[in-house]
Write a protein that binds this ligand. Structure first.
Ligand SMILES: C[S@@+](CC[C@H](N)C(=O)[O-])C[C@H]1O[C@@H](n2cnc3c(N)ncnc32)[C@H](O)[C@@H]1O
Ligand SMILES: O=C(O)C(=O)C[C@]1(C(=O)O)C=C[C@@H](O)C=C1
Length: 270
């Protein structure tokens, strides 16, 4: 329980497992997300603008079950797959949480990280976190669309809740381009909000996701307004659709390694 907010902080309970470096340990902003707390007369589609960038660490931890755990595991996996003199890509990096986690653990020589986002607002704020890091691993931040990005000499890539924001038609070409730019033995971690073919399962897991948000202090109004704002921009797909697409892109070994309610993460190896 967070004494100040009287909130059950489920998202960061893994802090006690000291071996996993969580984003909670990085100097991230503590600004509280209350973007949808008041009624909006006309709800705009959700955008990664200044307002979101200012509260993003709070928003994502209170909204995505297992987020801190996934970030910690990304560092552990990057350490395993990073090859000497190769590039690691954080695609849709937001404030750079996955980049920070990779920088904490990767030891392979000659590695650099390319952190890409098409929101300048997010990248501007990412500097606060990335510049504060004392790491020998260089990071290049790029304001670019990942659907048009050239990927080269990649041994490890992260798409942490990013693919869901690009159109379904662009998803396979984007993954194919990533696969083509990947070194043999390279790996991708793909995390996504899921949908389910079974209506009952969809309702059950979505309802429990909303319970998770309520336990983290969001009101019913905040939950429903955010849901509406995301409706046209975050297009979730089933786990099967993701696994099949990763295979179609060329990845030889694809496995779902995490799920909490309707949020999941996959690993795909070239
Ligand atoms: C949910 S956030 C990702 C969270 C982040 N990966 C993390 O682990 O903290 C999605 C991010 O993807 C970015 N994004 C969405 N579409 C994109 C695109 N086509 N190209 C680059 N970035 C994109 C958004 O600006 C946003 O910062
Ligand atoms: O708040 C939700 O319901 C979400 O779907 C969470 C989610 C995401 O999955 O990316 C949506 C937008 C914000 O970027 C943070 C988290």
């Amino acid at each position: 329980m967070d004494r100040k907010t009287n909130r059950l902080v489920i998202a960061s309970d893994l802090r006690t497992i000291a071996a996993i470096p969580l984003t909670d340990q990085t100097p991230m902003s503590q600004d509280t997300d209350n973007i949808y707390a008041k009624p909006h007369s006309s709800l705009q589609d959700f955008r990664f603008d200044d307002q979101v960038a200012n509260v993003f660490p709070d928003m994502i931890k209170r909204s995505v079950p297992g987020y801190s755990h996934i970030i910690g595991v990304v560092g552990i996996l990057a350490e395993q797959y990073a090859q000497p003199n190769s590039q690691l890509y954080d695609l849709g990096c937001s404030l750079g949480a996955a980049t920070v986690s990779m920088r904490h653990r990767v030891h392979a020589p000659g590695v650099r990280i390319i952190a890409v986002d098409n929101s300048q607002a997010m990248l501007d704020r990412s500097a606060d976190y990335l510049d504060a890091e004392d790491s020998p691993i260089p990071v290049e931040t790029l304001c670019a669309d990942i659907t048009e990005l050239t990927i080269e000499r990649c041994s490890f890539a992260v798409l942490n809740f990013t693919l869901q924001f690009i159109t379904p038609e662009q998803r396979l070409p984007t993954l194919k381009r990533l696969y083509d730019g990947m070194l043999p033995g390279g790996a991708l971690v793909l995390s996504e909000k899921l949908s389910f073919e079974d209506r009952q399962q969809e309702t059950l897991l979505m309802d429990h996701h909303h319970d998770f948000k309520r336990a983290n202090g969001y009101s019913d109004l905040e939950i429903s307004q955010k849901r509406q704002a995301l409706e046209r921009v975050l297009l979730p797909e089933t786990a099967t659709a993701h696994i099949e697409r990763l295979q179609q892109a060329g990845f030889s070994q694809v496995s779902q390694w995490f799920q909490s309610f309707n949020f999941a993460s996959f690993i795909a190896i070239k």
